[in-house]
Design a protein around this ligand. Structure first.
Ligand code: NAD
Length: 486
């Protein structure tokens, strides 16, 4: 393929194919979803959520205070005691199926809202985030009436009220990961979306109303870290499920340590994508691209460290850089866009700081040959070569479109380098030999290992980390365990 490629491949242009922002039908402001209705926050505090691709305000949302958290937890407790804990599994399943179908019915609107609020390409919200969110509700609907056959004893019991805190990188999908297993297992929920991406969760609240989910079973409260902190410390919450940064996860772990609360933490990562010399290079290059540039690299399990066998390192890198130049970076609402906007000014500043460290510590930087839009928050897809294991760009989670390339000679060295991280969320292994892949996979310290692919998600498959990537699993039968008293 290499020599036959037209030399102009990098300059292919596409006509714009924009999705319509009007499909979002956003309101100018949103309240808190407590006890089945949207209500004003007690102190009437609001904050704006912006479109990161333009910097323009999309809507204002409520900043929940301690008193609002208290109201939401009280509503969840009342719904748990009086209704949801007495509802049969088959009945709970009906609600979950209904929610799944309504997500499908409103999928186009949800995809547009997600892309406007998050900055991710519409192609990804439309084809990945929203369908997977619906799939999670479908999957756990199937479990709701079969809990006694799930291997957790004859009569597994729910925990009670679950406080759930989620990040901004997959807003709707993370809400589905949290709510679907909790509801299937018979818990009631108070969910707090991230402050920069609250809108799809609020559309989900409308869907819960449409599904006629009993009032108080799910409460959705918007706000910043102080709202999350009040939820974590609330004495009437039985379980905290947190997805976010390792620093905040550590804080939460300290806060709940002396309480009766159950805890699961899904935290950061520094995934190694390991390429052996017998792997098909064209497929590998696509896998590397998906691994790091999917969702602008705002992915906890991103393959942000490429470990490539020395004998093919030059060839893989050469093809990779050429492929990077072909990525279409720009308007997330355009259906042809591959890489969208960075979610916030704060995240952009963090990426810029770590990339500066990469240069300062002596790695070689390559920026994609693309033009960035003039407004909003943007960062060019970036590849660093000549990276040493001690460099910050090889150790710290950048959470952006930045890849660090390292090399290895033997499988032992690949394993040693991949495991040389405080994190342990995900790894990829590329090889034609199944025996080699299994040998490597058995030695990698990570919760998820992909073979000849990367960033593949399925509701039936458990996901989670080890070491500073957290503990507990979401997805699959394992995901139920986090919400059952077993
Ligand atoms: P973050 O930790 O800053 O925020 C996550 C959530 O926690 C937000 O809703 C925030 O408001 C809330 N929060 C902040 N301070 C809090 C506190 N003191 N108490 C309670 N809640 C608080 O993380 P982020 O920047 O939103 O997300 C990026 C991080 O999330 C990355 O590190 C990424 O790796 C991680 N992540 C992990 C997974 C996973 O499954 N392992 C998935 C997605 C993202």
């Amino acid at each position: 393929m290499d020599s036959n490629l037209p030399s102009t491949l990098g300059s292919f242009s596409y006509d714009p194919a924009p999705e319509s922002a009007a499909i979002a039908r956003l309101q100018s402001s949103y309240g808190l979803f407590i006890n089945g209705a949207f209500t004003a926050p007690e102190n009437h505090a609001q904050f704006a959520t912006v479109n990161p691709a333009t910097g323009h305000v999309l809507a204002t949302v409520a900043q929940a205070s301690d008193a609002d958290v208290d109201r939401a937890v009280a509503a969840a407790r009342h719904a748990y005691e009086t209704q949801w804990s007495k509802t049969t599994g088959a009945e709970r399943a009906k609600y979950l199926f209904r929610i799944a179908r309504l997500i499908q019915e409103r999928s186009r609107e949800l995809a547009v809202v997600e892309t406007l609020d998050n900055g991710k390409p519409i192609r990804e919200s439309r084809d990945i985030d929203v369908p997977l969110a619906a799939a999670h509700f479908f999957y756990y609907a199937g479990w709701a009436d079969k809990l006694e056959h799930a291997g957790f004893g004859p009569a597994p019991q729910p925990l009670g009220v679950a406080g759930q805190i989620i990040p901004w990188n997959f807003p709707l999908l993370m809400a589905a990961w949290k709510l679907a297993p909790a509801l299937a297992a018979g818990n009631t929920c108070v969910l707090k979306p991230a402050e920069t991406t609250p809108l799809s969760a609020l559309i989900l609240a409308e869907i819960l109303q449409q599904a006629e989910l009993p009032a108080g079973v799910v409460n959705i409260i918007t706000g910043d870290g102080s709202t999350g902190s009040a939820l974590v410390q609330h004495p009437d919450v039985n379980k905290i499920a947190f997805t976010g940064s390792t620093d905040v996860g550590r804080l939460i772990q300290e806060r709940v340590a002396s309480s009766h609360k159950r805890l699961t933490l899904e935290l950061g990562g520094k995934g190694a994508n390991i390429v052996f010399d017998d792997a098909p290079i064209d497929e590998v290059v696509e896998g590397i691209i998906d691994g790091i540039f999917f969702n602008q690299g705002h992915v906890c399990c991103a393959g942000s460290r490429l470990l490539v066998q020395e004998s093919v390192a030059e060839e893989v890198t050469r093809r990779l850089l050429r492929r990077v130049d072909q990525l279409r970076v720009g308007d997330p609402m355009d259906k042809n866009t591959d890489v969208g906007a960075i979610n916030s000014a704060a995240q952009l500043a963090r990426i810029e700081e770590l990339v500066e460290w990469g240069e300062r510590e002596g790695a070689t930087r390559y920026d994609a040959n693309c033009t960035l839009p003039s407004e909003g928050f943007w960062f060019k897809p970036t590849v660093f070569t000549n990276v040493d294991q001690s460099h910050r760009i090889a150790r710290d989670e950048i959470f952006g479109p930045v890849l660090s390339v390292l090399t290895f000679r033997t499988p032992e060295e690949a394993v040693a380098k991949a495991n040389n991280s405080v994190y342990g969320l995900a790894c990829g292994v590329w090889s034609e030999k199944g025996s080699r892949t299994l040998w490597v996979a058995q030695r990698l310290r990570a919760g998820v290992i992909w073979a000849n692919t990367y960033n593949k998600f399925d509701p039936a498959s458990p996901f989670g980390g080890v070491r500073e990537s957290g503990f507990g699993r979401e997805g699959g039968r394992h995901g139920l365990e986090a919400y059952l008293n077993v």
